[in-house]
Design a protein around this ligand. Sequence first.
Ligand code: BMA
Length: 322
Amino acid sequence: MTSPMPWQDRPKNSTDVVWRYSENPIIERNAIPSSNSVFNSAVVPFEGGYAGVFRCDNKAVQMNLFAGFSKDGLQWNIEHDPISFVAGNTEMIESDYKYDPRVTFIEDRFWITWCNGYHGPTIGIGYTFDFKTFYQCENAFLPFNRNGVLFPEKINGKFAMLSRPSDNGHTPFGDIYLSYSPDMKYWGEHRCVMKATRFEDSAWQCTKIGAGSVPILTKEGWLMFYHGVINTCNGFRYAMGSAILEQDRPDRVKYRTQPYLLTPQTPYECMGDVPNVIFPCASLHHTEADKVAIYYGAADTVVGLAFGHISEILAFTKENSL
Ligand code: BMA
């Protein structure tokens, strides 16, 4: 069963390598009765359509994860009750909050990573086979950490995850690291992948960076969309760039964009609960059709969608590399 990929051609008057869906935002802040905002969410092909794990903050502004389903990747039905996990590879562990999920299918199941509240933010891991029963596993790391993103296949026989060690607040620093695990429980062999830039080299990513969507394997290596942050006189601004990592050694960066691919420009990206945020968390791709659709949180309020041709994004990343 092939899921119909959401797509819209590049607007005639645009030369952008990545362009927005004209009907953005695809998910509004009040998509379910309890939600204050729905953003930074993850989707995957599922049973001829799509399933997703959504970050819905409620009206008490408590952060939690909700399952959702879609036929076309554009119109979503999000469940009204949050995901209730049962014990996975460990006893149930504390979870004060859950946010910024990513989802990827590896071998026989869908794995979910998120920022889990355990004495501060760290990386929670869970899995599901059917988006009905969800299992929660050990946290991957000690607090504090955010933006845990799994590779969609084992690398040299081990699970591999990108993450960003952080602090307990609005972290004013942050680099992307890689860790390996033989079993999804114990993580080690931590390697630095890439760091925030010098201000004078590429200012949009000079404060902190974090992995975005699950990396896509291409002929050039792993294509990764990530967020980069600049601290301005009015606070943080989050934009999106791309990098290409070596296939067998994804701690080695081959290319990384100096210019951003997408930065907050539209009203729904510039206005909301946290203005000026583009935060990619998922992508769908079709290799033969040379298409990718990128899902991103906009202004910590709604979900937006953007499109691109994989070959053009690879070429742009190579030609505009730092
Ligand atoms: C990060 C996380 C994200 C959020 C971003 C911008 O620290 O909280 O969920 O999108 O800040 O506010």
